[in-house]
Ligand binder design. Sequence first.
Ligand code: GRF
Length: 214
Amino acid sequence: MNRAPLGIAVLVSGHGSNLQALLDAAAAGRLNAEFRLVASDRPDARGLARARDAGIRAVAIPPSDYPDRAAWNAALEALLRESGADLVVLAGFMRVLGASLVAAWAGRMLNVHPSLLPLYRGLHTHRRALKDRQPVHGTSIHFVTEELDGGPVILQAQVAVRPDDTEESLAQRVQAREHEIYPQVVEWMASGRLEWRDGGPWLDGRPLDAPRRV
Ligand code: GRF
């Protein structure tokens, strides 16, 4: 049976290399998705230009245009709803979303976080992993819940840390893995292999009790 493409909205704040990986996967037929919207809190985000280049609606929604955080969250929530997306994909989106927005998209919002969660929630993950002399670092794709970087993890890619790694070299290898696993997880959603059921993730018809690791 052929499924309809998954409608997705992508939120970016910066470079948008993960967005590009999703666009490339869809163009190559590896991801059955239709991009309904790319939005950014930063009008100068490279990700917006990537979206425009691909003929996708690109919208800047800077918090400074709104009287307060609640108004900005409400505007973003309306924008996402009106886009008709089935799934919201956070791809390097650097703002914390309000509780009502997160609740509205429960089980339908994914994030990529550059660490092996639950290790290193928050910022500067590569620096912290190096400081702790971790032999292995990596990146995680997870469902977004109200707890920052705390939602159920779906898939993680592990990256061996080299003795001569810098924050930059490690970040580069971690990102390369993100570009593989993020389109993969979005495709799992698109194909119906991955779903949110009874308040948690299910993969291939079974509760996903622990993240898959590659
Ligand atoms: C990624 O490394 C992601 O893990 C983190 O921000 C970075 C975004 O990169 N949340 P890009 O904008 O997709 O290039």
